[in-house]
Design a protein around this ligand. Structure first.
Ligand code: AAO
Length: 491
């Protein structure tokens, strides 16, 4: 499983807004449900050599075991304690992964579930990934420990105790999200337990956190918690470096809670990015690629230095969360634009967990001779086009948007300074244009149809002449109707 989070890497980053990735590494990949041992190996054998900056991992702490349906992926969003054991591995394996990934400059970002514990209907017992006892009826989680006064039951004012209306900010923050026991984050004790959990991870060497369900926590409470976090481990990070914070706030407009209310704490996930991009690529609502000329803040998105952008995520890829039908995923026919990111199991069910054995344990990720993944894992980050565009981002990092061209319809092109140029044909007809690329003259290898291997190009070659112009011929019937060249792919 994986998702590629493309950080908008612009200008000055500071404090918890800085992803802490190594210079020239600009993407984070979500290895959803992967085992720690497999992530460690992937950092060493693939992610570091190909310039990936980091990995968002599945929640590492103990969760409830849900057996109906059989071990769904979402059980990991139902914590039982802050002990580091899950289907991905135990604490020793977690530490080993962080060390090995950090040693090759690929950093680890933890999906932190701090808004709640497990669902209120999970009962009593030890059916949890470390075997810790819990009792949801009495709100007892002795392995933390939390007890009834650490939850928001008294504070929520809906009849059901659930969030019933996203238009009421008190419900959204003080009531239960889909039945999940809502922690009382205004309590100093609860803040302390969460900070202790996160500081343990920082001490082990993680570089930052996705804050799950941030919309459901008061910004003031989150600020109080993040202010208690220690600086990153100086074995790998500069002294004084702060953990990177990105908050999951679904803001597609129309609700009183907005992303901007969270800017003081860290970055925020920009859900409009994938929703709008999907609408444009699918040509819905009269959208066309020519309109992408002012893509970004010009489209009403949040400021670059506060956004974390992605095309799809583990929720909206499978119909959870928000974004709707426009979201592009790896299921989409042909490549439209393979900026798609997350992947899913070979099944359309919205709950199905990772490839696993009959005892419920997760199958390892194996690597096939053609470099794809086996054992039913889908590895989008290993697709040539995705990997090569992650490299493209690194090569053009810091360069200005330049040399835009469009045909008024769905054929567009643009560059990044004089280091890279990309051309798309999402119209239903052939494209044959000569464009100013801004690149030095020479022969380049298109990194979409192929790549440079040992001085040769396995795909189409594109010649930039002495005036910086190049001819692009792209069929609307091509497997990938676009082309990308950059200075590191010059032959
Ligand atoms: C599971 C079962 C439940 C059961 C529960 C407890 O499915 O039936 O009650 O266990 O036993 C994941 C799964 C859940 C799962 C949960 C726990 O997705 O199905 O529940 O684990 O196992 C809201 C939140 C957002 C959340 C999203 C799923 O705001 O934070 O719901 N995402 C995160 C994680 C996610 C995880 C959790 C949180 C919980 O990424 O994986 O849940 O840890 C509106 C609101 C959004 C809201 C959506 C969905 O969206 O704006 O804030 O997201 O509704 O309810 C248009 C609008 C858009 C709107 C959308 C949908 O697009 O523009 O704003 O329509 O109405």
């Amino acid at each position: 499983m994986k998702l590629l989070l493309l950080l908008v890497a612009i200008g000055l980053c500071s404090a918890q807004y800085n992803p802490n990735t190594r210079a020239g590494r600009t993407s984070i990949v979500h290895l959803f449900e992967w085992r720690w041992d497999d992530i460690a190996a992937e950092c060493e054998r693939y992610l570091a050599p190909n310039g990936f900056g980091g990995v968002q991992i599945s929640p590492p702490n103990e969760n409830v075991i849900v057996s109906n349906p059989w071990r769904p992926w979402y059980e990991r969003y139902q914590p039982i304690s802050y002990k580091l054991c899950s289907r991905s591995g135990n604490e020793q394996q977690f530490r080993d992964m962080v060390t090995r990934c950090n040693n090759v400059g690929v950093y680890i970002y933890v999906d932190a579930i701090i808004n709640h514990m497990c669902g209120s209907g999970m009962g009593v017992g030890t059916h949890s990934t470390c075997g810790s006892y819990f009792n949801t009826g009495s709100r007892d989680f002795p392995a933390v420990p939390y007890s009834s006064w650490d939850f928001n039951d008294g504070k929520c004012r809906t009849g059901s105790g659930e969030i019933e209306n996203y238009g009421d900010i008190y419900q959204v923050r003080d009531c239960k999200l889909v039945g999940l026991l809502d922690l009382a984050l205004e309590k100093d004790y609860v803040r302390g337990k969460i900070a202790e959990f996160m500081n343990n991870l920082i001490n082990i060497g993680v570089a930052g956190f996705r804050l799950d369900a941030a919309k459901h926590m008061w910004p003031g409470d989150l600020k109080a918690i993040t202010d208690r976090l220690t600086n990153l481990n100086t074995r790998w990070f500069p002294s004084g470096a702060r953990p990177f914070i990105y908050q999951e706030v679904i803001d597609l407009g129309g609700e009183p809670i907005s992303s901007s209310q969270y800017f003081g704490i860290g970055r925020v996930t920009e859900f409009k990015y994938g929703a709008k991009l999907g609408t444009v690529i699918r040509k819905w609502n009269g959208e066309k690629m020519a309109y992408l000329k002012n893509w970004g803040e010009g489209w009403g998105f949040m400021p670059n230095d506060r956004a974390l952008v992605f095309v799809d995520n583990h929720d909206n890829q499978r119909g959870h969360g928000a974004g709707g039908a426009s979201i592009l995923t790896f299921w989409d026919p042909r490549s439209t634009i393979k900026l798609t990111t997350l992947l899913r199991f070979p099944d359309q069910n919205d709950w199905i967990g990772p490839p696993s054995y009959s005892d419920g344990s997760t199958k390892p990720v194996t690597i096939n001779a053609d470099t794809t993944c086996g054992n039913d894992w889908v590895c989008e980050h290993r697709w040539r086009q995705i990997k090569n565009m992650a490299i493209f981002r690194n090569v053009v990092d810091g360069q200005p948007f330049s040399n835009w061209w469009d045909n008024g319809s769905n054929q567009v092109a643009f560059g990044r300074g004089n280091r890279g140029f990309i051309v798309f044909n999402n119209d239903d007809w052939y494209m044959d244009v000569t464009l100013y690329t801004g690149l030095p003259s020479g022969t380049y290898c298109d990194v979409i149809s192929g790549q440079k291997e040992g001085g040769r190009c396995t795909g189409r070659q594109i010649t930039v002449d002495g005036t910086g112009k190049a001819r692009f011929q792209i069929s609307n019937n091509d497997e990938d109707p676009f082309a990308a060249i950059h200075v590191d792919a010059k032959l």
